[in-house]
Design a protein around this ligand. Sequence first.
Ligand SMILES: *Cc1c(COP(=O)(O)O)cnc(C)c1O
Length: 431
Amino acid sequence: MNISKSKALFAKAQNYIPGGVNSPVRAFRAVGGEPLFIKKADGPFIFDEDGNKFIELINSWGPMLLGHNNKMIREAILGAIDDGTSFGAPTAREVEIAELIVSMVPSVEKVRMVNSGTEATMSAIRVARGFTGRDKFIKMEGHYHGHGDSFLIAAGSGAMTMGQPDSPGVTKGTAKDTLIAPYNDLDAVKELVAANKGEIAALILEPVPGNMGLCLPVPGYLEGLREICTQEGIILIFDEVMTGFRLAKGGAQEIFGVIPDMTTLGKIIGGGMPVGAYGGKKEIMEFVSPAGPVYQAGTLSGNPIAMAAGLAMLRHLNDTPSVYEELNQIGTKLTEGIAKINRGLGLTYTMNSIGSMYSLFFTKDLVNDFYSAKTCDTVLFGKYFQAMLKRGVYLAPSQFESLFLSTSLTDEIINEILGAHKEAMVEILGL
Ligand SMILES: *Cc1c(COP(=O)(O)O)cnc(C)c1O
């Protein structure tokens, strides 16, 4: 595969951009090799600067639920551009998208638009603190909520200990208000709550975490968290930046029937433009400025082009419930196909999947939390990634990511992916 243009661009990029990329995982450090520079994408395919074509299963880390360069969304963006690109004043589209989100996401009675998932989670925690008058919050080990200071806390030191900063630049003062619990462990949360009685503003988690690879909540876990939070006056926040509008039009909360107090959204909500949102119960959201005292603002929030893209996406999902059946079928075909090939080769690697998300873990252990995810053979994953890339299938460049499927995956393309998977396994394992 000729990647000379990508190589030249990466070499040049490193002179001007830290590590040559604008978001770390793009640099391919976890899988070896150098990143491809992408020129364009269409449907299930992306094309790099050297003209190589790949089937890809990242879909911009989630947003491209309908595949790349979707005609309906492109036309909505082009239509909006004719009227100007930003006004810094209220627009009709913002009212429409807010009304639509409230109708789709069970927990959301009022919603504020922001520009990224990071902004959504940072703001939600601030509002929860303002509303409860408490400082601390609980997050789960291995869950990602964007790069806000208080979320970048190490996970290693056990449920009862205070968080330590995970990144230089996060102060100890910030870290001490972040309490860490292992995922899928209700008792750990109960212990933390008992040890910090009356001091915890919020509990935030990815209800279906996709940022340590895909894991699923054990039965009763989300319900148990709901009960604890209700009893203790803790704001339960579901970070559905990844799962929102993907697992169902109402996200993971719709599927599991557990309704949080607040929800953070991103990715699909912008149809590929930079958008995030946070929302929840009316009485909580009424604390947000200018209705209430908790300040949160954004020069480009609710940007007309971004809203046009998001509206086109959400309207389509709202009006076409069959999208989710279609996505589930695509997910089932691909993941069962991979599992079948693995069985045929005598392999027992763990496959976690739900709807249009999956992770193939290079471990035989069940993976349902940060510790079990850590048992994976990441070197072998790197080889698998490269072996798939060589065969024209572009996966997320890390074992600890979920893959995201889109409606653009036809049976023919799924079969191509399965063929590549079989060859890649035979190659990397020397079978
Ligand atoms: C991607 C992601 C974020 C951060 O969103 P950005 O738009 O990258 O800032 C937050 N939470 C979850 C669960 C995510 O997957």
